[in-house]
Design a binder for this molecule. Structure first.
Ligand SMILES: NC(=O)c1ccc[n+]([C@@H]2O[C@H](COP(=O)([O-])OP(=O)(O)OC[C@H]3O[C@@H](n4cnc5c(N)ncnc54)[C@H](O)[C@@H]3O)[C@@H](O)[C@H]2O)c1
Ligand SMILES: [Fe+2]
Length: 401
């Protein structure tokens, strides 16, 4: 465990965690004397009737309310601009970001532009804007990104096919209502992808060069909680205990990585999502075992800890490397059980784009905190390994005949 140096732990958000915590919404609105509420969500949240449940709570306060729900996965700058137009016309005093990472990130981006002007593309990096953003209440509906407690918003510039990260304490949600019951409607495939994203957060935070005792404790707690509940959440989606454990695991991973940043998986997944629209959780879960194999020699002790947290038997009769490798195998088995593809062959990734994707990945601050020193050639090689068949495979040829 790392106790060296002076460690600072940041969390800018007041968190309400638990089933039925959405009932806190009217308290927050009246406590803060808010009068005009803008809810930012997406079509999936409307269809799952989650929006209705939130509106019911908001209307208890008798406030004016508007809904902006035209948001895609991996949301774009254009979507943020459209939301900003609604915000300018309605002039809310509080934003509610409701959904997975995509709507919460759009709400964060709108909040930044509302008080700082310009475009979200002006503020890439950390603390690149001056003013505190509009007050934001974040209500997650996936156990995945933990955007409800992080200081980041991730938006895609479709013109340059680039996913930019804007960060700073001043854009974090002021309140997070984390109600696991809201994830009961999340279908199995999305539960698997978003849940594995949360596991990647915990693993990358645990192995990050910036980790220290407090973040490491949270990351291991998250790995334990997610590993012991994700299969049940996917295959028995109405199991509320599994949903609670997943939401808890996602939240504590967020608290950890908010203070440590992430690693090569997230650096590499952003260009894949920007250029090939690979959903964030799927991109991360496919990349994870490859990046773990690359990182393992740099911190085998940490990998053995991860294996243990995932329920693997760590034997004193085996070498450190053997025990460490159990973490990679446990992740591979979990992905297999959840039917996550072993590579990106379904996404027809053009190998000629690897150099460009590697260049974009190297721009990410996550590369700098990855436990093994990484250069652009390493990233190219990792992409090469993960893209899968670019030529028709034997299996495909068989099916043609
Ligand atoms: N801000 C951060 O700190 C941070 C961290 C990691 C990832 N991200 C970003 O978050 C985005 C991904 O977010 P995500 O993985 O949560 O997915 P998402 O928000 O894109 O949602 C995926 C789909 O799930 C549906 N959905 C969500 N909750 C549901 C529910 N309870 N019931 C039924 N359907 C539901 C949505 O309607 C949508 O169709 C990416 O853009 C990623 O880059 C942000
Ligand atoms: Fe993520």
């Amino acid at each position: 465990m790392n106790f060296s140096g002076l460690n600072t732990f940041n969390c800018a958000t007041e968190i309400f965690f638990g089933c039925k915590s959405i009932q806190k919404i009217p308290d927050i609105i009246s406590r803060e004397h808010f009068k005009r509420v803008m809810i930012v969500c997406d079509e999936g949240i409307e269809n799952a009737q989650i929006l209705d449940r939130i509106l019911e709570q908001v209307q208890k306060s008798g406030v004016e309310c508007i809904v902006f729900s035209n948001i895609e996965a991996n949301p774009s700058v254009t979507t943020v601009d459209a939301g900003m137009q609604v915000c300018t016309e309605f002039n809310p005093d509080v934003l509610i970001g409701l959904g997975g990472g995509s709507p919460i990130d759009v709400a964060k981006a709108i909040g930044v532009i509302a008080t700082n002007g310009g475009s979200i593309t002006d503020y890439e990096g950390i603390d690149k804007f001056e003013n505190q953003s509009l007050p934001l209440l974040a209500i997650p509906t996936t156990a995945g990104t933990a955007s409800e407690v992080t200081i980041f918003t991730v938006i895609t510039d479709t013109q340059t096919e680039y996913k930019l990260t804007v960060g700073g304490r001043k854009l974090a949600a002021r309140w997070a209502i984390v109600d696991p019951e809201l994830t009961l409607t999340l279908p199995p495939k999305l539960t698997a992808a978003t849940g594995l994203d949360a596991l990647v957060h915990a693993i990358e935070s645990y192995t990050s060069k910036m980790s220290y005792a407090l973040t490491e404790a949270l990351a291991l707690e998250s790995i334990r909680s997610i590993s012991s509940s994700l299969r049940q959440a996917v295959y028995a989606g109405d199991n509320i205990q599994a949903r609670v454990a997943m939401m808890y695991g996602s939240l504590v991973a967020g608290l950890a990585f908010n203070n440590t940043r992430l690693g090569n998986v997230h650096a590499m997944s952003h260009p894949l999502s920007a250029k090939y629209h690979v959903p964030h959780g799927i991109a991360n879960s496919i990349l994870l075992p490859y990046v773990m194999e690359f990182n393992l020699p740099a911190c085998p002790e940490k990998f053995a800890d991860i294996a243990k947290a995932m329920g693997e038997n760590i034997s004193t009769s085996q070498t450190l490397m053997e025990n460490a490798y159990k973490a990679v195998n446990a992740v591979k088995q979990l992905s297999k059980d959840l039917k996550i593809p072993a590579n990106f062959s379904d996404y027809n990734i053009d190998r000629r784009n690897i150099a460009l994707m590697a260049k974009d990945a190297m721009k990410s601050g996550n590369i700098l905190v990855n436990p093994r020193k990484t250069n652009i050639e390493d990233i190219k090689l990792l992409f090469e390994k993960t893209v899968g068949q670019s030529e028709p495979s034997f299996k495909n040829l068989e099916s043609v005949q």
